[in-house]
Ligand binder design. Structure first.
Ligand code: ZN
Length: 289
Protein backbone atom coordinates (compact mmCIF):
# COMPACT_ATOMS: atom_id res chain seq x y z
CA UNK A 1 0.00 0.00 0.00
CA UNK A 2 1.51 3.31 -1.08
CA UNK A 3 1.69 6.80 0.37
CA UNK A 4 -0.60 9.75 0.40
CA UNK A 5 -3.98 9.31 2.01
CA UNK A 6 -7.40 10.98 1.70
CA UNK A 7 -10.80 10.58 3.31
CA UNK A 8 -14.20 11.23 1.76
CA UNK A 9 -16.98 11.64 4.31
CA UNK A 10 -20.12 13.57 5.17
CA UNK A 11 -21.49 15.02 8.40
CA UNK A 12 -18.87 13.68 10.86
CA UNK A 13 -16.06 15.32 8.90
CA UNK A 14 -17.92 18.62 8.79
CA UNK A 15 -18.53 18.52 12.55
CA UNK A 16 -14.85 17.68 13.21
CA UNK A 17 -13.85 20.74 11.17
CA UNK A 18 -16.49 22.93 12.83
CA UNK A 19 -15.43 21.93 16.34
CA UNK A 20 -11.72 22.36 15.62
CA UNK A 21 -11.00 18.64 16.21
CA UNK A 22 -9.50 18.78 12.74
CA UNK A 23 -7.92 21.88 11.25
CA UNK A 24 -7.44 21.88 7.52
CA UNK A 25 -6.36 24.21 4.76
CA UNK A 26 -8.82 24.65 1.93
CA UNK A 27 -7.37 23.95 -1.51
CA UNK A 28 -10.69 24.76 -3.17
CA UNK A 29 -12.11 23.13 -6.28
CA UNK A 30 -9.42 21.78 -8.56
CA UNK A 31 -9.86 21.79 -12.33
CA UNK A 32 -9.84 18.45 -14.10
CA UNK A 33 -10.86 17.14 -17.55
CA UNK A 34 -14.06 15.97 -15.83
CA UNK A 35 -14.98 19.41 -14.49
CA UNK A 36 -14.11 21.01 -11.16
CA UNK A 37 -13.62 18.67 -8.21
CA UNK A 38 -15.50 19.09 -4.96
CA UNK A 39 -13.68 21.26 -2.42
CA UNK A 40 -10.56 19.47 -1.18
CA UNK A 41 -8.81 20.26 2.09
CA UNK A 42 -5.38 19.38 3.38
CA UNK A 43 -4.63 18.56 7.02
CA UNK A 44 -1.07 19.73 7.67
CA UNK A 45 -1.37 19.55 11.46
CA UNK A 46 -0.75 15.79 11.68
CA UNK A 47 2.32 13.52 11.85
CA UNK A 48 1.62 12.66 8.20
CA UNK A 49 -0.42 15.27 6.28
CA UNK A 50 -3.51 14.01 4.46
CA UNK A 51 -6.43 15.23 2.36
CA UNK A 52 -10.15 15.51 3.00
CA UNK A 53 -13.19 15.70 0.78
CA UNK A 54 -16.08 16.65 3.03
CA UNK A 55 -19.55 16.49 1.49
CA UNK A 56 -20.39 19.45 3.65
CA UNK A 57 -18.18 22.35 4.65
CA UNK A 58 -18.80 24.25 7.89
CA UNK A 59 -21.54 26.78 7.12
CA UNK A 60 -21.87 25.46 3.57
CA UNK A 61 -24.55 23.52 1.75
CA UNK A 62 -24.75 19.78 2.17
CA UNK A 63 -24.10 17.72 -0.94
CA UNK A 64 -26.15 14.58 -1.45
CA UNK A 65 -24.26 11.47 -2.48
CA UNK A 66 -25.80 11.76 -5.97
CA UNK A 67 -24.57 15.32 -6.44
CA UNK A 68 -20.84 14.74 -6.08
CA UNK A 69 -18.60 14.88 -9.12
CA UNK A 70 -16.76 11.69 -8.17
CA UNK A 71 -14.72 11.54 -11.36
CA UNK A 72 -13.34 15.05 -10.95
CA UNK A 73 -12.73 14.60 -7.22
CA UNK A 74 -10.86 11.30 -7.54
CA UNK A 75 -8.91 12.66 -10.51
CA UNK A 76 -7.92 15.71 -8.43
CA UNK A 77 -6.89 13.54 -5.46
CA UNK A 78 -4.80 11.31 -7.75
CA UNK A 79 -3.21 14.44 -9.20
CA UNK A 80 -2.28 15.53 -5.67
CA UNK A 81 -0.42 12.24 -5.26
CA UNK A 82 -3.11 10.47 -3.22
CA UNK A 83 -2.93 6.69 -3.60
CA UNK A 84 -5.20 5.47 -0.80
CA UNK A 85 -8.74 6.66 -0.10
CA UNK A 86 -11.01 5.90 2.83
CA UNK A 87 -14.71 6.26 2.14
CA UNK A 88 -16.38 6.85 5.53
CA UNK A 89 -19.99 6.09 4.71
CA UNK A 90 -23.15 6.40 6.77
CA UNK A 91 -25.16 3.19 6.40
CA UNK A 92 -28.27 1.42 7.61
CA UNK A 93 -28.15 -2.11 9.01
CA UNK A 94 -30.04 -4.57 6.82
CA UNK A 95 -29.10 -7.58 8.94
CA UNK A 96 -30.23 -7.72 12.54
CA UNK A 97 -26.73 -8.92 13.46
CA UNK A 98 -25.38 -5.37 13.24
CA UNK A 99 -26.38 -2.39 15.37
CA UNK A 100 -26.21 1.38 15.34
CA UNK A 101 -22.77 2.62 16.37
CA UNK A 102 -20.97 -0.41 14.92
CA UNK A 103 -18.74 -0.20 11.86
CA UNK A 104 -18.70 -2.66 8.96
CA UNK A 105 -15.67 -2.84 6.70
CA UNK A 106 -17.31 -4.32 3.61
CA UNK A 107 -15.58 -6.79 1.32
CA UNK A 108 -18.23 -6.76 -1.39
CA UNK A 109 -20.76 -4.44 -2.95
CA UNK A 110 -24.04 -4.43 -4.90
CA UNK A 111 -24.35 -1.27 -6.99
CA UNK A 112 -27.98 -0.19 -7.38
CA UNK A 113 -27.23 3.44 -8.23
CA UNK A 114 -28.69 4.76 -11.46
CA UNK A 115 -27.68 8.37 -12.08
CA UNK A 116 -23.91 8.50 -11.45
CA UNK A 117 -21.21 8.41 -14.14
CA UNK A 118 -19.32 5.27 -13.20
CA UNK A 119 -16.34 5.20 -15.53
CA UNK A 120 -13.64 7.54 -16.78
CA UNK A 121 -13.71 5.69 -20.10
CA UNK A 122 -17.17 6.43 -21.49
CA UNK A 123 -15.71 7.22 -24.91
CA UNK A 124 -12.88 4.70 -25.06
CA UNK A 125 -14.19 1.18 -24.58
CA UNK A 126 -11.72 0.69 -21.74
CA UNK A 127 -12.39 -0.17 -18.13
CA UNK A 128 -12.97 -3.94 -18.46
CA UNK A 129 -11.60 -4.48 -14.97
CA UNK A 130 -12.05 -7.31 -12.50
CA UNK A 131 -13.94 -6.38 -9.36
CA UNK A 132 -12.23 -8.82 -7.05
CA UNK A 133 -11.21 -7.81 -4.55
CA UNK A 134 -13.76 -5.00 -4.60
CA UNK A 135 -12.07 -3.00 -1.83
CA UNK A 136 -8.34 -2.79 -1.15
CA UNK A 137 -7.52 -5.53 1.37
CA UNK A 138 -4.30 -3.82 2.49
CA UNK A 139 -5.99 -0.50 3.30
CA UNK A 140 -8.82 -2.38 5.02
CA UNK A 141 -6.22 -4.25 7.08
CA UNK A 142 -4.59 -0.99 8.15
CA UNK A 143 -8.01 0.37 9.03
CA UNK A 144 -8.73 -2.71 11.14
CA UNK A 145 -5.55 -2.09 13.11
CA UNK A 146 -6.51 1.54 13.78
CA UNK A 147 -10.09 0.66 14.76
CA UNK A 148 -8.74 -1.94 17.19
CA UNK A 149 -6.28 0.57 18.67
CA UNK A 150 -9.17 3.00 19.21
CA UNK A 151 -11.30 0.21 20.71
CA UNK A 152 -14.14 0.80 18.30
CA UNK A 153 -16.70 -1.92 17.60
CA UNK A 154 -16.19 -3.15 14.04
CA UNK A 155 -16.77 -6.16 11.82
CA UNK A 156 -14.76 -7.09 8.76
CA UNK A 157 -16.32 -8.52 5.62
CA UNK A 158 -19.82 -8.38 4.27
CA UNK A 159 -21.78 -6.83 1.46
CA UNK A 160 -22.88 -3.22 1.17
CA UNK A 161 -25.77 -2.36 -1.14
CA UNK A 162 -25.56 1.12 -2.62
CA UNK A 163 -28.81 2.86 -3.53
CA UNK A 164 -29.26 6.18 -5.30
CA UNK A 165 -31.07 8.12 -2.57
CA UNK A 166 -31.62 10.72 -1.28
CA UNK A 167 -34.65 8.93 0.17
CA UNK A 168 -34.25 5.91 2.42
CA UNK A 169 -35.44 2.50 1.25
CA UNK A 170 -38.94 1.07 1.48
CA UNK A 171 -39.60 -2.04 3.61
CA UNK A 172 -39.96 -4.16 0.46
CA UNK A 173 -36.68 -2.80 -0.92
CA UNK A 174 -34.91 -3.67 2.32
CA UNK A 175 -36.34 -7.22 2.19
CA UNK A 176 -35.03 -7.45 -1.38
CA UNK A 177 -31.57 -6.24 -0.28
CA UNK A 178 -31.55 -8.82 2.51
CA UNK A 179 -32.45 -11.46 -0.10
CA UNK A 180 -29.53 -10.26 -2.21
CA UNK A 181 -27.22 -10.92 0.74
CA UNK A 182 -26.56 -7.29 1.72
CA UNK A 183 -25.61 -6.65 5.33
CA UNK A 184 -25.86 -2.85 5.08
CA UNK A 185 -27.26 -0.23 2.72
CA UNK A 186 -25.65 3.12 1.97
CA UNK A 187 -25.70 5.91 -0.63
CA UNK A 188 -21.91 6.03 -0.83
CA UNK A 189 -19.08 3.71 -2.03
CA UNK A 190 -20.28 3.48 -5.66
CA UNK A 191 -19.06 4.61 -8.12
CA UNK A 192 -16.06 5.73 -6.03
CA UNK A 193 -14.65 2.23 -5.64
CA UNK A 194 -14.92 1.53 -9.39
CA UNK A 195 -13.41 4.88 -10.36
CA UNK A 196 -10.53 4.41 -7.92
CA UNK A 197 -9.69 1.13 -9.67
CA UNK A 198 -9.55 2.91 -13.03
CA UNK A 199 -6.97 5.27 -11.50
CA UNK A 200 -5.08 2.40 -9.82
CA UNK A 201 -5.79 3.80 -6.36
CA UNK A 202 -6.52 1.85 -3.15
CA UNK A 203 -9.99 2.44 -1.71
CA UNK A 204 -11.55 0.98 1.42
CA UNK A 205 -15.01 1.60 2.79
CA UNK A 206 -16.03 1.97 6.41
CA UNK A 207 -19.81 1.82 6.87
CA UNK A 208 -20.71 3.34 10.23
CA UNK A 209 -24.24 2.32 11.08
CA UNK A 210 -26.55 5.23 11.71
CA UNK A 211 -29.90 3.45 11.65
CA UNK A 212 -31.73 0.22 11.01
CA UNK A 213 -32.88 -0.02 7.42
CA UNK A 214 -36.67 -0.06 7.30
CA UNK A 215 -37.88 -3.58 7.95
CA UNK A 216 -41.48 -2.68 8.59
CA UNK A 217 -41.31 -4.59 11.86
CA UNK A 218 -43.95 -3.61 14.42
CA UNK A 219 -41.30 -4.37 17.04
CA UNK A 220 -39.37 -1.33 15.93
CA UNK A 221 -41.90 1.42 16.48
CA UNK A 222 -41.45 4.95 15.22
CA UNK A 223 -41.13 7.85 17.63
CA UNK A 224 -40.93 10.96 15.53
CA UNK A 225 -38.50 13.71 16.33
CA UNK A 226 -35.45 11.51 16.82
CA UNK A 227 -32.71 10.77 14.32
CA UNK A 228 -33.99 9.27 11.07
CA UNK A 229 -37.64 9.75 11.97
CA UNK A 230 -37.42 7.55 15.03
CA UNK A 231 -35.28 4.78 13.52
CA UNK A 232 -32.57 5.55 16.08
CA UNK A 233 -33.07 5.88 19.84
CA UNK A 234 -31.22 8.29 22.13
CA UNK A 235 -28.84 5.60 23.41
CA UNK A 236 -28.06 4.48 19.89
CA UNK A 237 -27.45 8.09 18.88
CA UNK A 238 -24.99 8.39 21.80
CA UNK A 239 -23.07 5.29 20.60
CA UNK A 240 -23.01 6.80 17.15
CA UNK A 241 -21.70 10.11 18.48
CA UNK A 242 -18.72 8.32 20.09
CA UNK A 243 -17.84 6.66 16.79
CA UNK A 244 -17.99 9.94 14.89
CA UNK A 245 -15.88 11.73 17.50
CA UNK A 246 -13.14 9.17 16.97
CA UNK A 247 -12.89 10.00 13.27
CA UNK A 248 -10.16 12.72 13.45
CA UNK A 249 -7.79 10.51 15.47
CA UNK A 250 -8.64 7.56 13.24
CA UNK A 251 -7.62 9.57 10.16
CA UNK A 252 -4.34 10.79 11.71
CA UNK A 253 -3.36 7.24 12.62
CA UNK A 254 -4.44 5.77 9.30
CA UNK A 255 -2.48 8.38 7.33
CA UNK A 256 0.63 7.36 9.33
CA UNK A 257 0.03 3.66 8.76
CA UNK A 258 -0.55 4.15 5.05
CA UNK A 259 2.68 6.13 4.74
CA UNK A 260 4.78 3.49 6.47
CA UNK A 261 3.13 0.30 5.16
CA UNK A 262 4.76 -1.93 2.59
CA UNK A 263 2.81 -2.41 -0.62
CA UNK A 264 1.02 -5.76 -0.38
CA UNK A 265 -1.97 -5.09 -2.66
CA UNK A 266 -2.25 -5.05 -6.44
CA UNK A 267 -4.34 -1.89 -6.73
CA UNK A 268 -1.50 -0.07 -8.50
CA UNK A 269 -1.68 -2.63 -11.32
CA UNK A 270 -5.39 -2.68 -12.11
CA UNK A 271 -4.86 -1.01 -15.50
CA UNK A 272 -1.84 -3.13 -16.46
CA UNK A 273 -3.85 -5.15 -19.01
CA UNK A 274 -5.03 -2.01 -20.79
CA UNK A 275 -1.57 -0.44 -20.65
CA UNK A 276 -0.05 -3.47 -22.37
CA UNK A 277 -2.82 -4.60 -24.73
CA UNK A 278 -4.29 -1.22 -25.65
CA UNK A 279 -0.99 0.65 -25.67
CA UNK A 280 -2.07 3.13 -23.04
CA UNK A 281 0.73 5.52 -22.10
CA UNK A 282 2.33 5.07 -18.69
CA UNK A 283 1.25 8.62 -17.75
CA UNK A 284 -2.31 8.17 -16.44
CA UNK A 285 -3.21 11.79 -17.29
CA UNK A 286 -3.21 10.78 -20.96
CA UNK A 287 -5.57 7.81 -20.62
CA UNK A 288 -8.65 9.99 -21.16
CA UNK A 289 -7.56 12.01 -24.23
ZN1 ZN B 1 -4.59 -1.36 -2.46
Amino acid sequence: MPGKFACMAGGPLCRALESGQLSARELGRLNTPFGPSEVILRVDDAPVPFYLMPRQLPGGPRLGASQINYRATLYALKDLGVEAVLNWAAAGAVTHDLGVGQILLPSDLIDLTSRRPMTFFEKHGLGLLRQFPVFCPALRGALEEVLAELKLDFHTGGTAAVTEGPRLETPAEVRMLAGFGAEVVTHMLAPEVFLAKELQMCLAGACYLVNYAETGSRYRPFSTGELFGGLTTASQAERLRRVCQALPELLRRLAEKVASAERTCECHNTMAGHIHKDNLPEDWHRWFD
